[in-house]
Design a protein around this ligand. Structure first.
Ligand SMILES: Nc1ncnc2c1ncn2[C@@H]1O[C@H](COP(=O)(O)OP(=O)(O)O)[C@@H](O)[C@H]1O
Ligand SMILES: [Mg+2]
Length: 287
């Protein structure tokens, strides 16, 4: 089981696209995936067919009150029409919870373990073993929800769009993770940065960006890029995950390589996924 937060304090870099595309493909080959949509814009929830009629979802219950039984969390998890993909959807009321968590941080606690930033992490632990992957999609704003999301994860992965890069943003995020780990005695890993919306892998811009990112970030740079393709934008426009929208889209292959690089797929599932794509080879690439 792995819990991964997709985070970048910039919008439009491919967080939602990455979460939706990888979750759908992992579900297709038999992994159980839970997506937690922590962006009040709810794009991810909409892609998986969850509409705005989810009033009953009580975020206070998840973020402010420590629960004791699995059933208390399970009742908020919705199944989707996509195989093995489950969802803890977002709604506009997520915005209110940010202030409520903030208010709660002002109350004195006896020890770090009781801090409100850790309640969500503890609640998530109750159900985590029912899933192979838990993906947390986040908003571009740094808030108490970002802290809760990081602290509830094993690692944070950062998509960066080629036309909107900044080392500064990445370093700030890495520093935030280091700070939170120290403050809360956690061990959340920074899983790395990957480039999205790459128009051409043979362009000068891409080659230059690739090598300067590699130099600057070293191991934190993931050498797998996601191509900029019209089918991806189209799928997002009609709120459909990419794999079911168009199995021929080469960006699917990029995402499979990314998951392989991040050790999210064993060889059997890697091959299975490659076979599901239309017109793709099935040989495993060396890292
Ligand atoms: N590989 C891609 N090719 C083409 N368009 C993309 C790609 N990835 C993302 N997009 C488009 O970029 C925009 C932002 O993507 P999104 O995943 O919503 O970013 P974020 O969640 O970081 O705000 C969307 O309109 C989406 O369709
Ligand atoms: Mg998004």
């Amino acid at each position: 089981m792995q819990k991964i937060t997709f985070m970048n304090f910039k919008g439009g870099v491919g967080k939602t696209t990455s979460v939706c595309t990888m979750a759908e493909m992992l579900g297709q080959v038999g992994y159980n995936v839970l997506i937690i949509d922590l962006d009040p814009q709810s794009n991810t929830s909409r892609v998986f067919g969850i509409q705005d009629d989810i009033e009953e979802l009580n975020y206070e219950h998840l973020f402010l009150e420590k629960q004791n039984s699995k059933a208390e969390i399970e009742r908020f998890i919705l199944s989707t029409e996509y195989k093995n993909v489950y969802m803890l959807p977002s709604s506009e009321s997520l915005c209110d919870i940010i202030y409520k968590i903030y208010d709660k941080t002002k109350e004195p606690v006896n020890n770090t373990d009781e801090r409100p930033e850790l309640i969500f992490e503890k609640n998530l632990r109750l159900i985590e073993n029912d899933f192979d992957y838990i993906f947390l999609d986040t908003s571009p704003f740094k808030t108490y929800l970002s802290y809760c999301s990081i602290l509830a994860s094993d690692k944070v992965v950062t998509p960066i769009s080629l036309d909107n890069f900044s080392y500064e943003g990445v370093h700030k995020l890495i520093n935030l993770i280091v700070d939170l780990n120290m403050q809360f005695q956690k061990n959340v890993e920074f899983g790395g940065v990957f480039l999205t919306k790459v128009k051409s892998k043979s362009s000068n811009l891409y080659t230059e960006m690739n090598s300067s990112y590699e130099q600057e970030l070293d191991e934190a740079f993931i050498p797998i890029a996601i191509r900029d393709l019209i089918a991806v934008a189209e799928a997002n426009t009609v709120f459909q995950p990419l794999f079911s929208y168009n199995k021929k889209c080469a960006a699917l292959n990029d995402y499979i390589e990314l998951m392989n690089y991040l050790d999210m797929l064993d060889n059997k599932h890697y091959k299975l996924l490659k076979k599901l794509l239309v017109g793709k080879s099935t040989t495993k690439k060396q890292k």
